[in-house]
Design a protein around this ligand. Structure first.
Ligand SMILES: CC(C)(COP(=O)(O)OP(=O)(O)OC[C@H]1O[C@@H](n2cnc3c(N)ncnc32)[C@H](O)[C@@H]1OP(=O)(O)O)[C@@H](O)C(=O)NCCC(=O)NCCS
Length: 112
């Protein structure tokens, strides 16, 4: 299973173009791809995302997490929703097409 976890700061100019300029630079962006066919559709994705979120949000300087799922990828949107992300807005990630911005804030009672 591969993860990409990056600071939004790395792609600030792209965010301006996509209309995401309001996202704080300290937000962590998460992407995931399960490469093993047999491992798909068994709930491993949301579980792995939850673990990464827990580690990332333990850093108090990280205000929230974000993920960008293609509009034509409902499985990805479902996986992030199962890990506590909610839909924030659609945006056009030129030239990669329409995406759904999903965000995950600290939950009530979460320490960091
Ligand atoms: C997106 C991904 C990480 C999700 O991980 P996963 O472990 O397969 O997720 P889940 O098993 O929890 O499935 C998520 C939901 O989609 C549904 N689903 C899974 N595969 C499906 C399929 N082929 N067709 C329809 N629904 C499907 C599941 O039933 C589940 O919904 P449910 O909880 O209501 O039953 C994984 O599918 C993946 O790596 N896909 C390829 C790369 C990719 O799209 N990455 C995301 C980029 S933002």
């Amino acid at each position: 299973m591969n993860f990409a976890v990056s600071s939004i700061r790395d792609c600030r100019s792209l965010n301006d173009v996509a209309g995401l300029a309001d996202i704080p630079t300290s937000v962590i962006d998460i992407d995931i791809m399960i490469g093993e066919f047999d491992a798909l559709g068994r709930g491993l994705g949301p579980e792995a995302i939850r673990l990464v979120v827990e580690v990332a949000l333990s850093d108090p300087t990280v205000p929230f997490m974000m993920a960008c799922a293609r509009l034509d990828n409902p499985v990805s949107q479902l996986a992030f929703a199962k890990a506590g992300f909610r839909k924030d807005r659609e945006f056009d990630d030129v030239p990669n097409g329409l995406h759904m911005l999903m965000v995950r804030h600290r939950q009530e009672g979460q320490v960091a």
